[in-house]
Design a protein around this ligand. Structure first.
Ligand SMILES: *Cc1c(COP(=O)(O)O)cnc(C)c1O
Length: 364
C-alpha cells in the first residue's frame, strides 16, 4: 500500500456535496471578491478563535506583513523570529522594511526559545513573532512576560496551528494579533491561497482591513496606500463549509499522532515529537528526527511512503540571508535539527491501515 504525504482529495470527497453547492452559489451570485461569503467566514472564524475581529485576506504571508504595518512597524525596526519556520515569517518582516532577528528554537518543542530572546533585544526591537510550529503552541506565557517587560508587540504566526492551545487558551489570543494561513495543505485549508488576521484591537483591525483593500475606508476614500489582498468569495464559501469540521479533523490528527507515538515508542533510531505540557498540539505535521534522514527518506519512498522536510535549511542559513554571515554556532539547535527532521504522512483522513504501513516501514 502506498501512503501519500497528504490527501486533499480524500477530504473533499467527505464534504463534496456541500462544497459543490457552495461553489455554485458563489458563481450564481457572482460574489467573487470579499462579499457575503468572505464576511460570513470572517465572523465564524473570529468566533472560533475567540477574538473580536477577523480580517480575511489573500494569503498567510500578506497577513503577517499587513499586521506588522498595522502596528506601525517598518523601516529601521527589528523583529524577533524563530530560526526554524517557513520563510514567510522572516520574509514578511523584510518586506515591510524591518529586519528579522533570528533566535534559536528550544530543543524539546522546536519553537522559539524564550530563554534566548532577551539577549537578542536591542533598542530597535519592536516585536516578537512566535511561530506555533508544526501545530505545537510556542511557550506563550514566557514570551508574553518578556514582551511586556520590554514593551514589545507580539504577532502570533498561527499558520500551522488552527485550534492549538496553551493552558486551555487558543493560540492567537495571547499576543496583540495573529496571522493565519488557509493554504490548501494547512489544518484549515481553502482551495487556493487565503489568509486571515485576528485581533481584539479595534485599531489594528481597522488599519489592517484598510491596508488589505488599497488603503480605502469606504469606496474611493484612500487614507493611505495599501495593497490588494482580499479573500475570494469562492475561498470564503469553501472555508465556511470546512470550518465546522475543523474540530473533528483536529481530533483525528491528534489520534493519529498518538497512534504513531504509541507504535514508535522504543524505536531507538528515531526521536519522536513531544507535546508541551498543558497544551493542545494540533499536529499540522508529525515530525521525527533521525541521524540518517537521507537513507530513511529514500527507503520510505521506495515502498511508496511519501515524506517531506520542514524545512531542509533553517532560516538563517538560507542563501537569501548569506550576506548577514550567520554561523551554525549562533543557532546550534536549528543547525543540527535541519539535517535530522522528517515529516511523515499526517492528515485527518489517514486510515489505520496506512498508519500501520508507515510504522512497519519505519521500524524495518
Ligand atoms: C504556510 C505558512 C505561512 C504563509 O502562509 P501562505 O498562506 O502560504 O502565505 C506563514 N508562516 C508559516 C509558519 C507557514 O507555515
Amino acid at each position: 500500500m502506498s501512503v501519500p504525504f497528504v490527501d486533499l482529495y480524500a477530504q473533499y470527497l467527505t464534504i463534496k456535496s456541500e462544497i459543490d453547492e457552495a461553489i455554485g452559489t458563489v458563481i450564481r451570485e457572482t460574489a467573487f471578491i470579499s462579499g457575503k461569503y468572505a464576511a460570513q467566514f470572517e465572523q465564524a472564524f473570529a468566533a472560533y478563535t475567540g477574538q473580536k475581529y477577523c480580517i480575511a485576506c489573500g494569503n498567510g504571508t500578506d497577513s503577517i506583513e499587513m499586521l506588522l504595518q498595522a502596528m506601525g512597524i517598518g523601516v529601521g525596526d527589528e523583529v524577533i523570529v524563530p530560526a526554524i519556520s517557513w520563510i514567510s515569517t522572516s520574509e514578511a518582516v523584510s518586506a515591510i522594511g524591518a529586519t528579522p532577528v533570528f533566535v534559536d528554537i528550544d530543543p524539546e518543542y522546536y519553537t522559539l526559545n524564550p530563554a534566548l530572546i532577551e539577549a537578542a533585544i536591542t533598542p530597535r526591537t519592536k516585536a516578537i513573532i512566535p511561530v506555533h510550529l508544526y501545530g505545537q503552541a510556542a511557550d506563550m506565557p514566557a514570551i508574553m512576560a518578556i514582551a511586556s517587560r520590554h514593551n514589545l508587540r507580539v504577532l502570533e504566526d498561527c499558520a500551522q496551528a488552527h485550534g492549538a492551545m496553551v493552558g486551555g487558551k487558543m493560540v492567537g489570543t495571547f499576543g496583540d494579533c495573529a496571522s493565519f494561513s488557509f493554504y490548501p495543505g494547512k489544518n484549515l485549508g481553502a482551495y487556493g491561497d487565503a489568509g486571515g488576521m485576528t485581533t481584539n484591537s479595534e485599531e489594528i483591525a481597522t488599519t489592517a482591513r484598510m491596508i488589505a483593500n488599497h488603503g480605502q475606508q469606504g469606496k474611493h476614500n484612500h487614507l493611505r496606500e495599501g495593497r490588494n489582498s482580499r479573500l475570494d468569495g469562492l475561498q470564503g464559501a469553501i472555508l465556511g463549509v470546512k470550518l465546522p469540521y475543523l474540530e473533528q479533523w483536529t481530533a483525528a490528527r491528534i489520534a493519529h499522532a498518538a497512534r504513531y507515538t504509541e507504535l514508535l515508542t522504543g524505536a531507538t533510531h528515531l526521536a519522536l515529537p513531544a507535546t508541551r505540557p498543558d497544551s493542545r498540539h494540533v499536529f499540522h505535521l508529525y515530525v521525527i528526527r533521525t541521524a540518517d534522514r537521507k537513507a530513511l527518506q529514500a527507503r520510505l519512498h521506495e515502498v511508496g511512503i511519501e515524506t517531506a522536510v520542514h524545512y531542509p535549511t533553517a532560516l538563517p542559513f538560507l542563501k537569501c540571508y548569506e550576506h548577514r554571515g550567520f554561523t551554525p554556532a549562533q543557532f546550534p539547535v536549528a543547525a543540527q535539527y535541519q539535517h535530522e527532521i522528517l515529516s511523515i504522512p499526517m492528515f485527518a483522513e489517514l486510515t489505520e491501515g496506512q498508519i500501520q504501513t508507515v510504522i512497519a516501514a519505519l521500524k524495518a
